[in-house]
Design a protein around this ligand. Structure first.
Ligand code: PMP
Length: 388
């Protein structure tokens, strides 16, 4: 009997066998010619995956929070003003990080959980202050709310504000065109749609973001994250010359280079479309089973994950039953409603059969927990979308 469960949480996700093989290779030196080539390629491919032809990639050992830290510490100086477009848990976190580096932070948020501030609301706030930086979470992993990055980046350009996008739960899954949309900093971590076991922070900075960094009046408050330390390293590897500041996470970078190659072989547009389809199928299944979801409308719902409420009479104790049926899901994260909902990641290499297996396991768990519904209705709704 197969003893392996499907991991359908919003990161870490399921990884390809090729990526896992790269992780298991004998570790090379971080200055070995083959690794220099690998790192150089990974930097070039990162630029392509972020759709940021003029951007400067940074690939550094660390998690997504490290990437947020790197973005904040390099462009914020004490006394700077920052506007956080707040959609939940990870937007709150960005506010705290910005404050740590001396920014005066304003949050713009809507009272309703599952909603995101409209462009008009954000613009009204921008007009009140003289903001240097705006941060926004593309997909808030606590609520599965999707924000309008194209629209917000347009506002930032109009008012001369530096835009920073937390793309930890979006990059390589959700449509995001850094160059075309004019986003200054996009950051992510490797364990989600980028498809590599946790441990790498990825960030791409626009020429304007690098210029803001170069014109700083004060030193960067973090030694490890300082672009003054990392920029020469990234430039050197891209020119296929070994360089050292901190030891690269060698095996993770080998794995990253494989995953980026696989992502680009699929093609970014095809990949965005596949994520939209998988999400639509999963969400249709939840609706068919009578489960409501946190995002207030389809336009504000992420394609990389879903956040359904438990139905009446069902609690988080259904999650172990779903796990017994073979699929691991995540519990709630938003403090106010933590016990009322669960989260399902469907990003990266996620396939139609993963969606069907997940819906099947949710049905099995709900049935065991005593929820009354027509067995197979969720599966039929998902399949109807997948076969369209
Ligand atoms: N931002 C978002 C949107 C996230 O989903 C996460 C992780 N779930 C983070 C930031 C933080 O990333 P990490 O846990 O890798 O530090």
């Amino acid at each position: 009997m197969k003893n392996r469960k499907l991991l359908m949480i919003p990161g870490p996700i399921e990884f390809t066998p090729e990526v896992m093989r790269a992780m298991a290779m004998p570790t090379t030196s971080h200055v070995a010619p083959a690794f220099v080539e690998c790192m150089g390629e990974a930097i070039e491919r990162t630029r392509e995956v972020f759709l940021s032809p003029g951007g400067q990639p940074f690939i550094v050992a660390g998690s997504g929070t490290m990437a947020m830290d790197m973005a904040a510490c390099n462009v914020i100086e004490p006394g700077d003003t920052a506007l956080v477009v707040n959609t939940g848990y990870f937007s709150d976190r960005f506010g705290v990080i910005l404050e740590r580096y001396g920014a005066r932070v304003t949050h713009v948020k809507t009272p309703a959980i599952g909603d995101a501030p409209s462009l008009d609301e954000v613009e009204a706030e921008i007009k009140k202050g003289d903001y240097k930086v705006l941060t926004v979470t593309h997909v808030d992993t606590s609520t599965a709310v999707l924000t309008d990055i194209k629209g917000l980046a347009g506002l930032c350009r109009k008012y001369g504000i530096l835009s920073i996008v937390d793309g930890v739960c979006s990059v390589a899954g959700e449509e995001l065109r850094q160059g075309e949309w004019g986003v200054d900093i996009v950051l992510t971590a490797c364990q989600k749609a980028v498809g590599v076991p946790p441990g790498l922070a990825l960030l791409v900075a626009s020429p304007k973001a690098i210029e803001v960094f170069k014109n700083r009046r004060t030193p960067v408050g973090s030694y490890y994250s300082d672009w003054a330390n990392w920029l020469p390293i990234m430039e050197s590897y891209e020119n296929r010359k070994a360089a050292y500041f901190g030891t690269q996470a060698v095996n993770l970078v080998w794995a990253l280079n494989v995953s980026l190659e696989q992502i680009l072989a699929e093609g970014m547009d095809t990949r965005f479309a596949r994520h939209r389809l998988m999400s639509k199928a999963f969400k249709a299944a939840m609706t068919a089973l009578g489960l409501k979801q946190i995002p207030v409308s389809e336009g504000k719902a992420a394609n990389t994950l879903s956040a359904p409420y438990f139905p009446e009479g069902i609690t988080g104790s259904v999650l172990p039953l779903i796990a017994q049926a073979g699929v691991i899901l995540a519990g709630g994260l938003h403090a106010e409603i933590r016990e009322k909902y669960f989260r399902v990641g469907h990003m990266g290499v996620v396939s139609a059969s993963d969606i069907l297996a997940t819906v099947g396991a949710i049905e099995a768990g709900l049935a065991k927990a005593g929820y009354k519904f027509e067995h197979g209705e969720g599966l039929a709704a998902a399949q109807a979308v997948l076969l369209q």
